[in-house]
Design a protein around this ligand. Sequence first.
Ligand code: G4P
Length: 528
Amino acid sequence: MSDFINEINRRRTFAIISHPDAGKTTLTEKLLLYGGAIALAGSVKGKKTDRHAVSDWMEIEKQRGISVTSSVMQFEYDGYCINILDTPGHQDFSEDTYRTLMAVDSAVMVIDAAKGVENQTRKLFKVCVMRHIPIFTFINKLDRDAKNPFDLLAEIEDELGISTYPMNFPIGSGVDFKGVYDRGSKHILSYERGDGQHEIEAIEADISDPSLDSLIGERNRLQLMEDVELLDGAGDSLDMNEVSSGRLSPVFFGSALNNFGVEPFLKGFLEMGPSPLPRECEDGIIEPTDSAFSAFVFKIQANMNKAHRDRLTFMRICSGKFERDMEVYHVQGDKKMRLSQPQQMMAENREIIEEAYAGDIIGVFDPGIFSIGDTVCSPGKSIRFEGIPTFAPEHFARIRHKDTMKRKQFVKGATQIAQEGAIQIFREPDTGMEEVIVGVVGMLQFDVFEHRMRTEYNVEIINEGLPYQYIRWIDNEGIDPKKLNLSSDTKIVQDFKNNYLLLFTSEWNIRWALEKNEGLLLSEFNRN
Ligand code: G4P
């Protein structure tokens, strides 16, 4: 196999999703530990120590204990090159999660064994399903009292509508947690409360052998025999076609905090998880092994590091090989260019890269030319990948700056944050940027906006909540919206390309507008 093909085949690019507190950060950290990407796993979020989990770098994340943006990390393990994309756990940032999922080939879902499928898991999972990518499940915190493992599997199947295949099975939980039984090797991995820094050796054992009693206790052994009989009797098989299409999820049990079951999970995932997948573009399918380079922008982030004052654009490479200083063609801008200081991220640390392959994520400095969904490719090609849809905002507020002297910073901050796709901004017709109407998908995005305006742009803002919940673009050309017959609580606004939109307080008002104005065309997404 050529080095080029081998480089692509050994890549695994995946996102981690979970309800906040299920243990996503802890698991990520342990995975990084295996890859030698970090030297010591820190106690998450530093409640008990000063070490912060490496993927939790934004101040607001530390304050609130949630991940609000996705970070990207790469490490090597057992000959594989792994790209992990962290996703915001909170549903208010599900749009960010969706964009991140566009950039990966599989997802890992972390579930708290005591809580089962939680609200946010359900929502994030829906986003995963839209992409039809393989989903691997890690059921975490078995060292605490947990729900019955069969009930947990049934809950995943019923609530998420996906089949499950347990790769291993827990023996007890909480103070009685004795380890896991690996169904493939029929080995027992016995649990000892460790220091969380290394994995424990597996013990080869026949579960019908009473000598196991000294290790896991007779009651647990008999229970395990019964459980295994039930599992094997169910006769489900690990159908890799079902896994690949996202209909069957291989499930692993463990405890991320105690680093128990993490390495078997990692190994199983690497073996079964897909290498970079082909992507659809307007002219057909792009194979990762195509020699021409192509990549698309899925994330833009300004001021990641305050000391740098920069704007980074993240691209997922879909085909070919990227080399530093090579010339690329920016399709939407119709310009040839060199990507400036291409880098790979490890939370706050950046490393300039010399080369990267399909599956990799690169960050490049961006003076403001890229938008989400843009494509770059080898000159002479013109590849456009299927677009990344924007979610329609559901919450709106009128935003002004407190200090009139800060107008310039206000405009800059609002515009840049909107370009990142973190908020959408509108204005009332024929007004300037003195005040804007900001639309968000989740309320917490307002908090992040306010926080970032204060800390990154030094602007205090006034946020006046508005009652609107629905947004519609007017698709009719040349229509004068002021002449429309609208209910008194419907608002006309413009986006920054001067398209007209309507903000509604209820679906009833949308129907009213359509009924009273014949021929009016409204759409939930901006088609321009
Ligand atoms: P998240 O990124 O999904 O939000 O979760 P995170 O890893 O931050 O974990 C949330 C809490 O759960 C952390 O506790 C973490 O130590 C704990 N945790 C993670 N994995 C395990 C596990 O396998 N077993 C146990 N017992 N706990 C685990 P914390 O924020 O430090 O404090 P607290 O919530 O315990 O007070």
